[in-house]
Design a protein around this ligand. Structure first.
Ligand SMILES: NC(=O)c1ccc[n+]([C@@H]2O[C@H](COP(=O)([O-])OP(=O)(O)OC[C@H]3O[C@@H](n4cnc5c(N)ncnc54)[C@H](OP(=O)(O)O)[C@@H]3O)[C@@H](O)[C@H]2O)c1
Length: 257
Protein backbone atom coordinates (compact mmCIF):
# COMPACT_ATOMS: atom_id res chain seq x y z
CA UNK A 1 0.00 0.00 0.00
CA UNK A 2 1.36 3.36 -0.87
CA UNK A 3 -0.03 6.82 -1.11
CA UNK A 4 0.49 8.01 -4.65
CA UNK A 5 0.31 11.77 -4.80
CA UNK A 6 -1.50 12.43 -8.01
CA UNK A 7 -0.73 16.12 -8.11
CA UNK A 8 1.12 18.84 -6.21
CA UNK A 9 1.40 18.71 -2.43
CA UNK A 10 -1.73 19.95 -0.73
CA UNK A 11 -1.51 23.44 0.68
CA UNK A 12 -1.05 23.79 4.43
CA UNK A 13 -4.56 25.17 4.87
CA UNK A 14 -6.35 22.25 3.26
CA UNK A 15 -7.96 19.66 5.50
CA UNK A 16 -6.64 16.16 4.90
CA UNK A 17 -9.70 13.96 4.36
CA UNK A 18 -9.44 10.19 4.00
CA UNK A 19 -12.48 8.59 2.35
CA UNK A 20 -12.57 4.80 2.44
CA UNK A 21 -13.97 3.12 -0.67
CA UNK A 22 -13.84 6.24 -2.82
CA UNK A 23 -12.93 4.71 -6.18
CA UNK A 24 -16.58 4.74 -7.25
CA UNK A 25 -20.15 5.51 -6.23
CA UNK A 26 -20.92 7.64 -3.21
CA UNK A 27 -17.33 7.74 -1.94
CA UNK A 28 -16.06 9.01 -5.29
CA UNK A 29 -18.74 11.71 -5.45
CA UNK A 30 -18.01 12.75 -1.86
CA UNK A 31 -14.35 13.15 -2.87
CA UNK A 32 -15.40 15.43 -5.74
CA UNK A 33 -17.58 17.58 -3.47
CA UNK A 34 -14.98 17.96 -0.70
CA UNK A 35 -12.14 18.62 -3.13
CA UNK A 36 -14.24 21.33 -4.80
CA UNK A 37 -14.62 22.91 -1.34
CA UNK A 38 -10.83 23.02 -0.89
CA UNK A 39 -9.98 19.82 1.00
CA UNK A 40 -7.21 17.44 0.05
CA UNK A 41 -8.93 14.10 -0.47
CA UNK A 42 -7.18 10.76 -0.06
CA UNK A 43 -9.11 8.35 -2.27
CA UNK A 44 -8.92 4.87 -0.79
CA UNK A 45 -9.67 1.95 -3.07
CA UNK A 46 -9.42 -1.82 -2.63
CA UNK A 47 -8.85 -3.12 -6.17
CA UNK A 48 -9.64 -0.45 -8.71
CA UNK A 49 -6.43 1.57 -8.71
CA UNK A 50 -6.89 2.88 -12.25
CA UNK A 51 -10.40 4.12 -11.42
CA UNK A 52 -9.11 5.87 -8.29
CA UNK A 53 -6.24 7.47 -10.21
CA UNK A 54 -8.61 8.67 -12.91
CA UNK A 55 -10.78 10.32 -10.26
CA UNK A 56 -7.74 11.95 -8.62
CA UNK A 57 -6.61 13.23 -12.03
CA UNK A 58 -10.10 14.62 -12.70
CA UNK A 59 -10.08 16.45 -9.35
CA UNK A 60 -6.62 17.87 -9.94
CA UNK A 61 -7.55 18.94 -13.49
CA UNK A 62 -10.37 21.02 -12.03
CA UNK A 63 -8.08 22.74 -9.53
CA UNK A 64 -8.51 20.38 -6.57
CA UNK A 65 -6.06 18.35 -4.55
CA UNK A 66 -6.21 14.55 -4.34
CA UNK A 67 -4.15 11.42 -3.91
CA UNK A 68 -4.92 7.72 -3.99
CA UNK A 69 -4.25 5.03 -1.41
CA UNK A 70 -4.91 1.36 -2.05
CA UNK A 71 -5.82 -0.77 0.97
CA UNK A 72 -8.22 -3.56 1.80
CA UNK A 73 -9.50 -2.20 5.10
CA UNK A 74 -10.89 -5.61 6.08
CA UNK A 75 -7.25 -6.70 6.38
CA UNK A 76 -5.89 -5.34 9.68
CA UNK A 77 -2.33 -4.88 8.38
CA UNK A 78 -3.49 -3.20 5.21
CA UNK A 79 -5.67 -0.82 7.23
CA UNK A 80 -2.72 0.03 9.49
CA UNK A 81 -0.51 0.65 6.46
CA UNK A 82 -3.20 2.95 5.04
CA UNK A 83 -3.30 5.20 8.11
CA UNK A 84 0.50 5.07 8.53
CA UNK A 85 1.03 6.14 4.94
CA UNK A 86 -1.40 9.06 5.20
CA UNK A 87 0.37 10.29 8.33
CA UNK A 88 3.81 9.74 6.77
CA UNK A 89 2.77 11.70 3.68
CA UNK A 90 0.76 14.55 5.17
CA UNK A 91 1.67 14.57 8.85
CA UNK A 92 -1.95 14.63 9.93
CA UNK A 93 -5.49 13.52 9.23
CA UNK A 94 -8.37 15.94 9.83
CA UNK A 95 -11.40 13.97 8.67
CA UNK A 96 -12.12 10.28 8.26
CA UNK A 97 -15.13 9.30 6.16
CA UNK A 98 -15.99 5.63 6.74
CA UNK A 99 -17.75 4.91 3.49
CA UNK A 100 -16.37 1.56 2.25
CA UNK A 101 -18.83 -1.26 2.63
CA UNK A 102 -19.43 -4.65 1.13
CA UNK A 103 -20.55 -8.23 1.51
CA UNK A 104 -22.79 -8.62 -1.54
CA UNK A 105 -19.81 -9.72 -3.66
CA UNK A 106 -20.41 -13.11 -5.27
CA UNK A 107 -17.25 -14.66 -3.79
CA UNK A 108 -17.54 -13.11 -0.31
CA UNK A 109 -16.77 -15.45 2.62
CA UNK A 110 -19.65 -15.88 5.11
CA UNK A 111 -17.93 -13.74 7.75
CA UNK A 112 -16.76 -11.04 5.31
CA UNK A 113 -19.64 -8.63 5.89
CA UNK A 114 -18.97 -8.50 9.66
CA UNK A 115 -15.24 -8.29 9.05
CA UNK A 116 -15.60 -5.28 6.77
CA UNK A 117 -18.74 -3.51 7.96
CA UNK A 118 -18.13 -3.88 11.71
CA UNK A 119 -14.57 -4.91 12.60
CA UNK A 120 -12.76 -2.86 9.94
CA UNK A 121 -14.76 0.30 10.74
CA UNK A 122 -13.79 0.09 14.41
CA UNK A 123 -10.19 -0.85 13.59
CA UNK A 124 -9.62 2.00 11.12
CA UNK A 125 -11.19 4.42 13.61
CA UNK A 126 -8.92 3.24 16.43
CA UNK A 127 -5.89 3.62 14.16
CA UNK A 128 -6.94 7.11 13.08
CA UNK A 129 -7.98 8.43 16.49
CA UNK A 130 -4.51 9.35 17.81
CA UNK A 131 -3.94 11.46 14.67
CA UNK A 132 -7.27 13.27 14.49
CA UNK A 133 -6.87 16.72 16.05
CA UNK A 134 -9.48 18.36 18.28
CA UNK A 135 -12.01 19.73 15.81
CA UNK A 136 -11.45 16.77 13.50
CA UNK A 137 -14.43 14.76 12.33
CA UNK A 138 -15.48 11.16 11.82
CA UNK A 139 -18.39 10.34 9.49
CA UNK A 140 -19.99 6.90 9.18
CA UNK A 141 -22.00 6.27 6.02
CA UNK A 142 -24.89 3.85 6.21
CA UNK A 143 -28.31 3.00 4.81
CA UNK A 144 -31.75 3.27 6.42
CA UNK A 145 -32.11 -0.49 5.94
CA UNK A 146 -28.97 -1.00 8.07
CA UNK A 147 -29.45 1.89 10.51
CA UNK A 148 -32.93 0.69 11.50
CA UNK A 149 -31.94 -2.99 11.53
CA UNK A 150 -33.34 -5.11 13.08
CA UNK A 151 -36.41 -2.92 13.90
CA UNK A 152 -37.34 -2.93 10.20
CA UNK A 153 -36.92 -5.97 8.02
CA UNK A 154 -34.14 -5.59 5.44
CA UNK A 155 -34.77 -6.48 1.77
CA UNK A 156 -34.09 -10.16 0.98
CA UNK A 157 -30.40 -10.68 0.31
CA UNK A 158 -29.43 -7.52 2.21
CA UNK A 159 -30.06 -8.87 5.75
CA UNK A 160 -26.41 -9.78 6.45
CA UNK A 161 -25.18 -6.42 5.20
CA UNK A 162 -27.81 -4.57 7.23
CA UNK A 163 -26.94 -6.44 10.44
CA UNK A 164 -23.19 -6.00 9.96
CA UNK A 165 -23.44 -2.29 9.14
CA UNK A 166 -25.67 -1.75 12.19
CA UNK A 167 -23.07 -3.62 14.27
CA UNK A 168 -20.39 -1.32 12.82
CA UNK A 169 -22.43 1.75 13.74
CA UNK A 170 -22.91 0.40 17.27
CA UNK A 171 -19.17 -0.26 17.62
CA UNK A 172 -18.46 3.37 16.71
CA UNK A 173 -21.21 4.71 18.98
CA UNK A 174 -19.55 2.75 21.83
CA UNK A 175 -16.47 4.98 21.32
CA UNK A 176 -18.41 8.24 21.72
CA UNK A 177 -16.88 9.05 25.12
CA UNK A 178 -13.43 8.88 23.62
CA UNK A 179 -14.45 11.11 20.72
CA UNK A 180 -15.76 13.60 23.27
CA UNK A 181 -12.54 13.51 25.30
CA UNK A 182 -10.52 14.15 22.16
CA UNK A 183 -12.86 16.86 20.86
CA UNK A 184 -13.61 14.96 17.66
CA UNK A 185 -16.98 15.25 15.93
CA UNK A 186 -18.89 12.10 14.99
CA UNK A 187 -21.81 12.05 12.57
CA UNK A 188 -23.75 9.20 11.00
CA UNK A 189 -25.27 9.76 7.54
CA UNK A 190 -28.02 7.31 6.63
CA UNK A 191 -29.56 7.15 3.18
CA UNK A 192 -32.50 5.50 1.51
CA UNK A 193 -31.67 3.39 -1.54
CA UNK A 194 -29.66 5.70 -3.77
CA UNK A 195 -30.68 5.92 -7.40
CA UNK A 196 -28.37 4.49 -10.02
CA UNK A 197 -25.89 2.81 -7.66
CA UNK A 198 -24.56 -0.67 -8.29
CA UNK A 199 -25.98 -1.91 -4.96
CA UNK A 200 -29.49 -0.82 -5.91
CA UNK A 201 -29.10 -2.39 -9.36
CA UNK A 202 -28.06 -5.65 -7.66
CA UNK A 203 -31.00 -5.50 -5.26
CA UNK A 204 -33.32 -4.70 -8.14
CA UNK A 205 -32.17 -7.88 -9.88
CA UNK A 206 -32.66 -10.00 -6.75
CA UNK A 207 -35.89 -8.46 -5.52
CA UNK A 208 -37.40 -5.82 -7.82
CA UNK A 209 -40.39 -5.37 -5.48
CA UNK A 210 -38.19 -4.13 -2.62
CA UNK A 211 -36.82 -1.33 -4.79
CA UNK A 212 -40.20 -0.56 -6.36
CA UNK A 213 -41.66 -0.30 -2.85
CA UNK A 214 -39.15 2.45 -2.04
CA UNK A 215 -39.76 4.26 -5.35
CA UNK A 216 -43.50 4.23 -4.58
CA UNK A 217 -42.78 6.79 -1.85
CA UNK A 218 -41.13 9.20 -4.29
CA UNK A 219 -37.89 9.65 -6.18
CA UNK A 220 -34.89 7.99 -4.59
CA UNK A 221 -32.06 10.37 -3.64
CA UNK A 222 -29.31 10.75 -6.23
CA UNK A 223 -25.65 9.97 -5.64
CA UNK A 224 -24.94 13.73 -5.78
CA UNK A 225 -27.55 14.48 -3.09
CA UNK A 226 -26.29 11.77 -0.77
CA UNK A 227 -22.61 12.63 -1.31
CA UNK A 228 -23.34 16.30 -0.59
CA UNK A 229 -24.96 15.29 2.72
CA UNK A 230 -21.89 13.19 3.57
CA UNK A 231 -19.61 16.11 2.69
CA UNK A 232 -21.73 18.49 4.80
CA UNK A 233 -21.49 16.07 7.73
CA UNK A 234 -17.72 16.58 7.91
CA UNK A 235 -18.37 20.05 9.36
CA UNK A 236 -21.54 19.20 11.26
CA UNK A 237 -21.94 21.14 14.51
CA UNK A 238 -24.55 18.64 15.71
CA UNK A 239 -24.05 16.68 18.93
CA UNK A 240 -21.84 13.59 18.87
CA UNK A 241 -23.52 10.65 17.20
CA UNK A 242 -26.18 12.73 15.45
CA UNK A 243 -27.76 10.96 12.46
CA UNK A 244 -28.50 12.84 9.25
CA UNK A 245 -31.20 11.16 7.15
CA UNK A 246 -31.25 11.50 3.38
CA UNK A 247 -34.45 10.51 1.59
CA UNK A 248 -37.05 7.97 2.64
CA UNK A 249 -38.52 10.08 5.43
CA UNK A 250 -41.60 7.79 5.37
CA UNK A 251 -39.27 4.91 6.25
CA UNK A 252 -37.55 6.94 8.98
CA UNK A 253 -40.84 8.04 10.51
CA UNK A 254 -42.23 4.49 10.50
CA UNK A 255 -39.06 3.04 12.01
CA UNK A 256 -38.70 5.53 14.85
CA UNK A 257 -40.38 4.73 18.16
N1 LIG B 1 -25.96 2.39 -2.83
C1 LIG B 1 -26.96 2.72 -2.05
O1 LIG B 1 -28.13 2.69 -2.43
C2 LIG B 1 -26.67 3.19 -0.65
C3 LIG B 1 -27.74 3.67 0.13
C4 LIG B 1 -27.50 4.12 1.42
C5 LIG B 1 -26.20 4.05 1.92
N2 LIG B 1 -25.18 3.58 1.16
C6 LIG B 1 -23.83 3.49 1.73
O2 LIG B 1 -22.94 4.29 0.98
C7 LIG B 1 -21.64 3.72 1.03
C8 LIG B 1 -21.09 3.58 -0.39
O3 LIG B 1 -21.99 2.83 -1.16
P1 LIG B 1 -21.81 2.67 -2.74
O4 LIG B 1 -23.12 2.19 -3.25
O5 LIG B 1 -21.22 3.90 -3.31
O6 LIG B 1 -20.74 1.46 -2.78
P2 LIG B 1 -20.03 0.76 -4.01
O7 LIG B 1 -20.42 1.37 -5.31
O8 LIG B 1 -20.21 -0.70 -3.84
O9 LIG B 1 -18.48 1.13 -3.78
C9 LIG B 1 -17.78 0.51 -2.79
C10 LIG B 1 -16.42 1.18 -2.64
O10 LIG B 1 -15.80 0.59 -1.50
C11 LIG B 1 -14.56 0.04 -1.89
N3 LIG B 1 -14.32 -1.14 -1.11
C12 LIG B 1 -15.05 -2.29 -1.08
N4 LIG B 1 -14.50 -3.15 -0.22
C13 LIG B 1 -13.42 -2.53 0.32
C14 LIG B 1 -12.43 -2.92 1.26
N5 LIG B 1 -12.45 -4.13 1.83
N6 LIG B 1 -11.45 -2.04 1.57
C15 LIG B 1 -11.41 -0.81 0.98
N7 LIG B 1 -12.32 -0.39 0.08
C16 LIG B 1 -13.30 -1.26 -0.24
C17 LIG B 1 -14.63 -0.23 -3.39
O11 LIG B 1 -13.32 -0.20 -3.93
P3 LIG B 1 -12.89 -1.10 -5.22
O12 LIG B 1 -13.89 -0.80 -6.30
O13 LIG B 1 -11.49 -0.65 -5.53
O14 LIG B 1 -12.97 -2.53 -4.79
C18 LIG B 1 -15.50 0.95 -3.82
O15 LIG B 1 -14.72 2.11 -4.00
C19 LIG B 1 -21.78 2.40 1.77
O16 LIG B 1 -21.41 2.58 3.11
C20 LIG B 1 -23.25 2.10 1.66
O17 LIG B 1 -23.74 1.31 2.71
C21 LIG B 1 -25.39 3.14 -0.13
Amino acid sequence: MAVAEAGGKPGGQRRIVLITGASRGIGAETARVLAARGDHVVINYREKRKRAETLAAEIIATGGSASVAGADISDADSARALIDSVIAEFGRLDVLVLNASGGLERDAAPDYAMLLNRDAQAHVTRLALPHLPAGGHLVFVTSHQAHFSPTREAPPGYETIAASKRAGEDALRAMTDEFATRGIGFTVVSGDMIDGTIIVRLLERRDPDAVTARRDHGDLPTVEEFATAVANATTSPDPLGHTIYVGGMDYVAAAQP
